[in-house]
Design a protein around this ligand. Sequence first.
Ligand code: G3H
Ligand code: 13P
Ligand code: ZN
Length: 343
Amino acid sequence: MPLVPMRQILDEAAKKGYGVPHFNVNNMEQAQAIMRGAEEVESPVIMAASKGALKYSDMLFLRNIMGACVERYPKIPIALHLDHGTSIDICKTAIDLGFSSVMMDGSLEEDGKTPRSYDDNIAVTREVVNFAHPLGITVEGELGCLGGIEDDIGSGEEKLTNPDQVKEFVEKTKVDALAVSIGTSHGAYKFKIQPDPDKNLLAMDIIRRIHELCPNLHMVMHGSSSVPQELIAQINQYGGNIKETYGVPLWAIKEGIDAGVRKVNVDTDLRLAVTATVRKVFHDSPEAFDPRKYLGPARDAMKTIIIERYNTFGSAGHAYDYEPKTLEDMKIFYEESELKSSE
Ligand code: G3H
Ligand code: 13P
Ligand code: ZN
């Protein structure tokens, strides 16, 4: 303990108006960087595994690495989350593995590419909530489609979230959190020119409208890596070939958090940090061949980014604000809220 339900981490963030980074994890060094960063700045943690990460790691390995984080850092609230589940089965698998939260990304069909109809999205998301909530597990849904086709997820066709559908979607599915499409996209190639703080980069009006209509809904910004230019420069300086590209600036993420976003998904930035570091070590120390000599510095580079995100999104300093809830507590919470909504 404490493996906590993601819902509690987001409820607490909403009470105090901050955002919590969601970091994707594929291996031990990433998991350790996330936890070492969290311990240093006292932040709650949302650690997420995608379908691809589970496949890459043969599931058990990643499950046990994530489990080790919970064991090693018993005082930090940690939610283990499935990222972009596109089928009921994968959500069930994640719950069986011990995750405390799942994303049913019903915006896409099971192939993770074809957009799914609104009605089917409601049906499939509702089904996941129906078996997850009685177990105390948090559910994130998605309405609208993000642009970008990297990372095996996305149709390549952006469809911004329609705020007028959100209330009905949330009432019918009873999701705890909702990923919204406001102009971000997955992967490193988000914007071709440097974002201008004086121009509207993202559709913040959508966030504001949804917050007005559903003040208790936890909104999630996917595709929120900032693509640090110094990491791109370092990758290219040491033999890489990343074309000119810009990510979501931290000022835009802060605007989102101020408007009601509570979870901010970051994966690409950690990938860039690893690659930039490994390339530099290989260049500077061509004689090195011990993986610890490059994976260790890569872990430190990720930790630097991670700490910056905890600080900027505002979750730093909040790890010990509250008594962690158990999944048993959440079962009761959901039973009571079901009763209230059917009264
Ligand atoms: O949203 C997608 C994440 O960046 C996960 O990417 O499917 O390559 O693990 P992945
Ligand atoms: P990035 O590719 O911007 O890191 O987005 C990650 C994400 O949305 C994971 O769900
Ligand atoms: Zn995503």
